[in-house]
Write a protein that binds this ligand. Structure first.
Ligand SMILES: Nc1ncnc2c1ncn2[C@@H]1O[C@H](COP(=O)(O)OP(=O)(O)O)[C@@H](O)[C@H]1O
Ligand SMILES: [Mg+2]
Length: 282
């Protein structure tokens, strides 16, 4: 096979994916999206590829280059739809909730008054998130009415219009960790706890990865969540509530996995490519 790898920055993950493709005996075509010209009115020479693994860090680069590959006849993992739906936290929460996946109680408002009435319903503390973003960036916790209003004020002066969509969620009083489970085409190859003294447990913010074993209830939640979001290669984040519930907090369509490989010993790049090829042949 000839497999494309679309990227903007080469992280540990992209290197691992490129190596895995070669080790499995396939051709790899690295595509540095950030340096390329993509013709919209002409073909771009990708039609010989069996599929492309999309790995751009930038959401817009990932989404737009995927649109071009797909419209020009190349299958992309993950697909345009999956990337778009998962990147948008509003949409992910909405879709999962409508399909009876447990998620934190969440509402959206476009103005201050609305935010205050959501807070009245949910109580404090609560969590305000950008609908697009990762690494815990600008995910904020409002401890009381004043801090909520301060967070909303900051958001209202931000340039990007998506900050004016105020996504407000109940604060889940989880143990000092959350769970990241990988979903590759309906299977769960590995999962970790991200343990942290901070309420934001992202490994990008210092959360420490520890291998996690999932019970049957959580395995079912993760598999159903992945299927509902459109399948492919996903990183699914779960919060554990004090009363023992699992709540899906987000689904990542271009997940990082370096720390998971380090602590679980699972070769996720290889498993990802093998599972993807198997799925393509179905
Ligand atoms: N509702 C919540 N209650 C408690 N902790 C949360 C909640 N939402 C997010 N967190 C914590 O904040 C981190 C970042 O939030 P997340 O929604 O995953 O945003 P990002 O996409 O930036 O990673 C999570 O890994 C989790 O530790
Ligand atoms: Mg996250």
């Amino acid at each position: 096979m000839e497999i494309g790898v679309a990227y903007d920055y080469i992280r540990w993950e992209e290197r691992a994916i490129i190596d895995a493709i070669r080790k499995l005996g396939h051709e790899v075509k690295p595509i540095q999206v950030s340096k390329k010209v993509f013709w919209l009115t002409e073909m771009n020479g990708f039609s010989g590829l069996d599929f492309v693994i999309q790995r751009c860090v930038s959401f817009y680069r990932a989404l737009t280059s995927t649109a071009i590959f797909e419209e020009q006849g190349v299958t992309v993992v993950n697909s345009f739809r999956v990337i778009r739906d998962c990147e948008d936290k509003l949409y992910t929460t909405l879709r999962l909730s409508r399909n009876n996946i447990p998620v934190p109680r969440t509402a959206v408002s476009f103005g201050r008054e609305g935010c205050l009435s959501i807070a009245e319903e949910l109580g404090y503390p609560l969590v305000v998130k950008p609908i697009y973003g990762s690494w815990g960036r600008m995910v904020s916790r409002a401890l009381d009415r004043d801090s909520l209003l301060e967070i909303i004020e900051f958001r209202e002066y931000m340039q990007s219009p998506h900050f004016k969509v105020h996504y407000i969620q109940e604060y889940v009083d989880k143990p000092s960790r959350d769970i990241r489970a990988f979903y590759f085409w309906g299977e769960i190859p590995a999962a970790i706890y991200r343990v942290s003294s901070s309420w934001k447990t992202n490994t990008a913010l210092g959360g420490v990865a520890v291998e996690a074993k999932l019970d049957n209830e959580l395995i079912e939640i993760v598999k159903k969540s992945g299927d509902i979001m459109g399948g492919g290669v996903l990183g699914i984040d779960i919060l554990e509530s004090r009363d023992g519930r699992y709540l899906v907090s987000e689904v990542n369509a271009i997940p990082e996995f370096r720390n998971t490989v380090r602590v679980t010993g699972k070769d996720l790049a290889k498993i990802m490519i093998e599972a993807t090829i198997k799925n393509m042949k179905k």
